[in-house]
Design a protein around this ligand. Structure first.
Ligand code: AMP
Ligand code: TRP
Length: 341
């Protein structure tokens, strides 16, 4: 019954709904560039503008954020020649397959999504239908390309698991082995970067306090200041990463340090053991500036030529569509939609 041999393929997406943070960089962008450079797998990266409008976006800001996000991808090492880089709304197959998956996914599955519960809050009746259906669109993003590997931060694990459920149910309901069941790839020290003000909260572009996050557009002084002012505790750093278990703020700074030098927290610990924050924080600030300043400089340079960014995204969309169109056509056929081909 196997119709397709699923060649390994990487897909991931980021919403253009505001600036990029160090969390996006360590949890997503940096790893996207690494997956691309490892070779061996096609890498497809998408700016999910249709996801962004599940909460209202100012149109001009959305356009700007999409281009800035593209600049962030490229400045972080995603090469639009090696990877396919595009924005979702230019490839109609996302919305088309998204509809079919709305008819596969169950209300109960969606109601269990923690991000839906968090984002809709107490006022679910007033949230958009799109916000509720969002994980089915995310499943379409991934499965439209028969992607097998989905690098994401920890917070997206549940959505990738839902994607697996949708693939399995579709294959089962139509008696086919058509969609692959993709794997979330959540590896490294940077998959859950926490707020600099509260080690129990995710670093987020929507946090009201700018001191809680490092933005990829922050200059060197701002990055240093934010790290120096980050919340910590009075103890020196322990000998092992295990010793950080009950120290969320300290653990977060060590994780950031480790992720920036491509080590695990355990590998990074020996050089940090016994250090006071008065010594560790300036060291971390220098490292962060060293790694992030070139990215923000490159983003600013790329943003001076928005027309070139639009051309890159247009080319990416054409390449994405070439992969997507036959998969969508076959899906329509499996479901029983009559076509004139
Ligand atoms: P978003 O900005 O919510 O569209 O997220 C885009 C990607 O960045 C997803 O793979 C997220 O899991 C990842 N991400 C966002 N915030 C963080 C964070 N604080 N730590 C690690 N990864 C993150
Ligand atoms: N939901 C993801 C987020 O908010 C973004 C996203 C949309 C995504 N489609 C995707 C991530 C497909 C991975 C694969 O971060």
């Amino acid at each position: 019954m196997t119709e397709v041999v699923h060649t390994p393929r990487v897909f991931s997406g980021i919403q253009p709904s505001g600036g990029l943070t160090l969390g996006n960089y360590l949890g997503a962008l940096k790893r996207f560039a690494e997956a691309q450079n490892q070779g061996g797998m096609e890498t497809i990266y998408c700016m999910v503008d249709q996801h962004a409008i599940t909460v209202w976006q100012d149109p001009d800001k959305l356009r700007h954020a999409t281009r800035e996000l593209a600049a962030g991808f490229i400045a972080s090492g995603v090469d639009p020649e090696k990877s396919i880089l595009f924005n979702q709304s230019q490839v109609p197959g996302h919305a088309q397959l998204g509809w079919i998956f709305n008819c596969v996914a169950r209300m109960g599955w969606m109601q269990r999504m923690t991000q839906w519960k968090d984002k809709a809050g107490k006022n679910q009746q007033n949230a958009s239908l799109g916000l509720f259906a969002y994980p089915a669109l995310m499943a379409a993003d991934i499965l439209l390309y028969h992607a097998t590997h989905v690098p994401v931060g920890e917070d997206q694990k549940q959505h990738v698991e839902l994607t697996r459920d949708i693939a399995i149910k579709f294959n089962h309901d139509y008696g086919v082995d058509f969609f692959p069941v993709p794997e979330p790839v959540i590896e490294g020290a940077g998959t859950r970067v926490m707020s600099l003000r509260d080690g129990t909260k995710k670093m987020s572009k929507s946090d009201p306090s700018d001191m809680s996050r490092i933005n990829l557009t922050d200059d060197a002084d701002t990055i240093s200041k934010k790290i120096r002012k980050a919340k910590t505790d009075p103890e020196p750093l322990p000998d092992t990463a295990e010793g950080l278990a009950d120290r969320p703020e300290a653990r977060n700074l060590v994780n950031i340090y480790a992720a920036l030098i491509d080590k695990t927290p355990d590998q990074a610990m020996p050089e940090l053991a016994g250090m006071q924050f008065g010594q560790f924080k300036p060291m971390l600030a220098d490292l962060a500036v060293d790694r992030l300043a070139p990215i923000s400089t490159e983003m600013a340079r790329l943003m001076q030529d928005p027309a070139e960014i639009d051309r890159i995204l247009g080319r990416g969309a054409n390449r994405a569509n070439e992969i997507a169109a036959p998969i969508l056509a076959r899906t329509y056929d499996i479901v029983g939609m009559v076509s004139s081909r």
